[in-house]
Design a protein. Structure first.
Length: 249
């Protein structure tokens, strides 16, 4: 005698319902949202609620003679990217976008910031960086801004001691005090401090826009992999030209 098939198993053989259209899915999401969702790039980067966050554009990470160049890595992508940032900064300031410059301070005379795991990682991967080579020391050339990528009056400076610009800083306070909903992220290194900050921004409930050609990594595939990851899980990755176009209208 054949075994009866339970009702819950029989239901598995029913054809699946067709997936929702994007429009239907958006309607469902909007019903759950607490305020209108920011869907288009123009909505996301509306100047009134957007901050342009420039991460770690410092000599140690971008300049010849800085820590990264001393340990043999190719800084050419970082320098090419740096040349693209001034027009983006100008467009942001003209549009009234809040500009936030984030910089690192790692090395100090009494080692105020570097933990044991950090130092052990440096020994394995940094070829003297953080151990025998100071990194972004306060008031040093190495920790200074790279070329003309630097704050002006009215911009905000945030100092961090870890990859994440939110960790142990006042960045979240600054953004919320200004009514910011979206962060446009630029700087170095794409797959380290920029990506870590992007992930943190998302879990702090900000819309994340990472300028694809406004960030740089020392290995091109590292940059590409981060962009794929951001698009899948954390935000969008338009070009500088696309972002500037929204601020010009």
């Amino acid at each position: 005698m054949p075994m009866a098939v339970p009702q819950d198993l029989r239901s598995l053989h029913h054809p699946p319902e067709p997936p929702l259209s994007i429009e239907q899915d958006l309607e469902a999401a909007q019903r759950l949202a607490h305020r209108p969702l920011l869907v288009t790039l123009g909505q996301k980067v509306e100047p009134a609620h957007t901050a342009l966050v420039v991460i770690d554009m410092q000599n140690d990470f971008c300049a010849s003679g800085g820590m990264v160049s001393k340990d043999g890595r190719d800084i050419s992508e970082a320098q090419r990217m740096a040349a693209r940032l001034p027009p983006l900064l100008s467009a942001a300031r003209e549009a009234g976008v809040l500009c936030v410059f984030v910089r690192c301070e790692y090395t100090s005379g009494g080692n105020a910031y570097l933990s044991d795991p950090w130092l052990e990682q440096a020994v394995r991967e940094r070829k003297g960086g953080f151990t025998t080579i100071p990194v972004c020391e306060k008031d040093s050339w190495a920790g200074d801004w790279y070329e003309d990528i630097r704050p002006i009056d009215g911009d905000i400076v945030v100092v961090k001691n870890r990859y994440d610009a939110f960790q142990g800083t006042n960045l979240d306070l600054v953004l919320r005090s200004h009514g910011i909903r979206t962060v446009v992220l630029t700087g170095v290194v794409t797959n380290v401090c920029v990506e870590t900050t992007a992930r943190s921004a998302f879990v702090h409930d900000y819309y994340v826009v990472m300028a694809e050609d406004g960030c740089a990594a020392y290995v091109p595939e590292d940059h590409a992999q981060t962009m794929r990851n951001i698009r899948r899980f954390f935000g969008v990755t338009p070009s500088i030209a696309e972002i500037r176009a929204t601020w010009a209208t």
